[in-house]
Design a protein around this ligand. Structure first.
Ligand code: SF4
Length: 62
């Protein structure tokens, strides 16, 4: 799992179409049932390491 830091995000939307599980939305398009994730991303992203290189995907269901 990863989190997007809303302070660092420049809202380019490049991540939206490439997310393999369609888990990323532009905030303007965010379904109401996922609204609580906005605050969680803001809270957790600054506390975690920054991913700067492509990572090996986890196995499905991992
Ligand atoms: S790719 Fe996604 S997370 Fe990164 S700056 Fe663009 S919109 Fe923000």
């Amino acid at each position: 799992m990863l989190y997007i830091d809303p302070v660092a995000c420049i809202l380019c939307q490049a991540c939206v179409p490439v997310c393999p599980v369609q888990a990323i939305y532009d905030e303007a398009d965010l379904p109401p049932e996922w609204a609580h994730w906005v605050g969680l991303n803001a809270e957790r992203a600054p506390t975690l390491p920054v991913i700067e290189e492509k990572q090996t995907p986890l196995k499905a269901g991992a």
